[in-house]
Design a protein around this ligand. Structure first.
Ligand SMILES: C[S@@+](CC[C@H](N)C(=O)[O-])C[C@H]1O[C@@H](n2cnc3c(N)ncnc32)[C@H](O)[C@@H]1O
Length: 285
């Protein structure tokens, strides 16, 4: 059914996008679209907010106009087909495993009373739950959670948006250290941690596994195969006896190379989703 609605477009990037999505979160917007620029040299995105009244967008336009770096368009009245269904296709919450759901900030977790919500704001850091490599870790985390010991750090190496670290914290694990080579990713991870009311320790690293705290009981790492190969020898000794590493970001044919780089004698299991694979290693007790 066709309906008249109001639309406001704002172009934003980086911190301005963070502030904007925070304002939308507080305002409780439900109809949002995010479109990448069609120019390679422009890393801004266009955020389109929809509301059933013009008034509903005026406050957002005022907030966006005050955020440095945001370019605010006009509020327009448009006709959309099947409004209620239309916006959902862009921001479908991701149900993952039996108990998790990843949500953008403007979808209320109350729609998923039987799931543990992980709220992720749109940002630049990788990790919204749509990529198979992220889903593989979340599903494995849910599966191994009952067997994870009670002592020792839990580490998310290559945290990006913080999605895996936040999931670990939401599943009751602490302390959780989120590590990344990219300080901006850590900023976004902290913002997301706040939106989920969980606490993360964060660490910026230069690019090896030296900063993984010793005696880790669980390491989550969604990284590329060359990084996994490069850090295997440093990472493995940092796990406690019986500790687990969930290594993702691998194509199926890259698994053997990782197994070869890892020390002998560890129990291992491989999970596959689409063309992506996860290797779970368990340290000898
Ligand atoms: C594929 S993203 C994974 C994001 C998120 N953990 C997820 O699963 O969706 C990989 C992240 O690892 C970071 N990274 C790359 N090499 C790294 C290294 N050697 N040590 C720590 N972080 C690294 C990147 O900056 C990026 O944020």
């Amino acid at each position: 059914m066709n309906e008249q609605v109001w639309r406001l477009a704002v172009r934003a990037a980086g911190t301005s996008l963070d502030v904007l999505s925070g304002a939308m979160y507080l305002a409780g917007y439900e109809g949002i679209e995010i479109l990448p620029s069609d120019r390679d040299d422009d890393d801004r995105v266009t955020v389109r907010a929809y509301a059933l009244t013009r008034h509903g967008l005026e406050e957002l336009a005022r907030v966006a106009a005050a955020v440095p770096g945001c370019e605010v368009g006009r509020i327009e009245e448009i006709e959309v087909e099947d409004w209620a269904e239309g916006w959902k296709k862009y921001f479908q919450p991701q149900r993952i495993g039996a108990t998790l759901v990843v949500l953008p900030p403007w979808v209320s977790p109350k729609h998923y009373p039987d799931r543990t919500p992980i709220v992720i704001k749109p940002g630049h850091a990788f990790g919204t739950g749509t990529h198979a490599s992220t889903r593989l870790v979340l599903e494995a985390l849910e599966r191994v959670r009952p067997r994870v010991g009670t002592r020792g750090p839990v580490v998310d190496l290559g945290t990006g948006s913080g999605i895996l670290a936040i999931a670990a914290a939401k599943l009751g694990l602490a302390p959780v250290t989120a590590i990344d080579v990219d300080p901006e990713a850590l900023y976004e991870a902290q913002e997301n941690a706040r939106a989920n009311a969980v606490h993360l320790l964060v660490r910026t690293v230069e690019g090896d596994a030296q900063d993984v705290p010793a005696g880790a009981r669980l390491v989550l790492a969604n990284l590329s195969a060359p990084v996994h190969r490069a850090i295997a020898g440093t990472l493995a000794p940092r796990l406690q006896p019986g500790g687990r590493a969930l290594l993702s970001g691998l194509l199926e044919d890259e698994v053997e190379g990782i197994v070869a780089a890892w020390p002998d004698g560890w129990e291992r299991r491989v999970a596959v989703l689409e063309e992506w694979a996860l290797v779970e290693f368990v340290a000898p007790s």
